[in-house]
Design a protein around this ligand. Sequence first.
Ligand code: IPM
Ligand code: MG
Length: 367
Amino acid sequence: MQTLKFAVLPGDYIGPEVMTEALRVLEHVAKQDGFALAYEIAHVGGAGIDNHGKALPAPTVKLCEASDAILFGSVGGPKWEKLPPNQQPERAALLPLRKHFTLFANIRPGLLYRELIDASPIKNERIPEGIDIVCIRELTGGIYFGQPKHTTELPCGDTQAVDTKVYRKSEIKRIAQVAVDTARARKKRVCSVDKANVLETSVLWRKTVTAFFAKHAPEIELSHMYVDNAAMQLVRSPNQFDVILTENMFGDILSDEMACVCGSLGMLSSASLGTGKNSLGLPFGLYEPAGGTAPDIAGKGLANPCAQILSAALMLRHSFGLEKTAARIEVAVRRAVTSGVRTADIALGGKSVGTRAMTDAIIANLT
Ligand code: IPM
Ligand code: MG
């Protein structure tokens, strides 16, 4: 029997609440499909700060290193807001984790079921069938990590801050490959987003992506778009995109825009895949919901567990090769939601259920 060895990092506020439900779904499919779970839980984010004095404690990193994948909740919130920026849970936990495991490929599906189009701020007639796009964001390069990065006091008395945006051809090629793989399983269209009319890194990005697709994926339809235009097109007509391929900071911004266009953050999952392979020879990855810690509803049993459950499905697909089980979970979530069982964020003013009942409905739909 296959045993799934993964690290569980629930994090803060609603993080542990929705994680409990994702684990419940995993236990259920494990029994149905005949595999075993061997996970360990560790502190991260604010929980790391409170218990170990650090957002990313050493034992947590060690556990992740000994695992085949990381199932991540969400981190941060008002309790730690007064800490210096570089000690804040989000920045001091997520960024070093991404760098440590070279999690260079962030895959964020932008999926809105037809039945939920009223949850989107976009007019219904523009998205009659819902939304189905994917954002592939480069995650370990660009302005997030480039050096130099510092703030200095100038002799003239002014203060100056510097961030540096760096990209190598090799980094661009490896994320282009992920976009190709993703597009091959979808509508075979990739739109690469850059700012090549202004930035050197974007000129290299566009040149490298163009050459890579010509050589390795001539069957994929490749287009290019400037990031300002892409931000506009995403709200005008999101389904003109199939796969969006972009660099770290543009992807950060566009993927939040995409999430908003898709109605509720509570539905959106993500996978961050590394260069490293796990003990199964599959990509090591970190899987997390896009929605954040939602401190306002924490502890009330109201949070939408779907994004965490869908992130667990992505983990089964990418890091454990369990495509069928992953797809079964995705279908069950869709069935539960479209049958009318919904948490408040997607209830559209109608009747809503809590975190646990939402999960019960998903489990009941696991056929
Ligand atoms: C995200 C988040 C992070 C990022 C923050 C929390 C550092 O916004 O995953 O999109 O900017 O990458
Ligand atoms: Mg972001």
